[in-house]
Design a binder for this molecule. Structure first.
Ligand code: ZN
Length: 149
């Protein structure tokens, strides 16, 4: 099931669309278009998990039209997705959120240390070889994900 959430980080009205916990696209007012042109735009797709060439975009006169077009595009895309595609997106989300958290706490990653050994914010000692398993195991989904400008 798709849900949508208003994202206040945009000047114009912007809705993030989710399938479960996956960000699968958005519907938003288009910036700088002539008054006679469709005012709403939508984009459907997620990465990783789908290739950029599989993403779909469109414009619509009203929010409801954009929502309907998005729903159709999503149905077609979702029919070709597997659980592995969604996992790829979640893994990427969790790795990125974890790296930002480490960065915010001024903690070095193993790759940034001459000996290749570092400490996670949870206290665990990690190396380049163990980092991925640690992040996706110990911190699966627990670091609040936020998009960055
Ligand atoms: Zn940790």
């Amino acid at each position: 099931m798709l849900t949508r959430r208003r994202d206040k980080n945009h000047d114009l009205e912007h809705w993030t669309i989710r399938f479960g916990d996956i960000d699968v696209g958005h519907i938003s007012l288009r910036a700088g278009v002539p008054r006679a042109a469709p005012q709403w735009g939508w984009a459907c797709g997620f990465y990783p998990g789908t290739e950029p060439g599989q993403h779909r975009y469109g414009a619509a006169a009203t929010f409801d039209d954009a929502r309907a077009a998005f729903a159709q595009a999503w149905q077609r895309l979702a029919a070709t997705r597997t659980e592995a595609d969604y996992r790829a997106w979640r893994d990427s989300r969790d790795r990125t959120a974890w790296k930002y958290r480490m960065h915010d706490l001024h903690l070095p990653l193993p790759t940034q240390r001459p000996d290749g050994v570092a400490r996670c914010f949870c206290g665990e000692v990690i190396t380049s070889a163990t980092m991925d398993n640690h992040v996706l195991g110990a911190h699966r989904g627990d670091v609040r994900w936020r998009s960055r400008p």
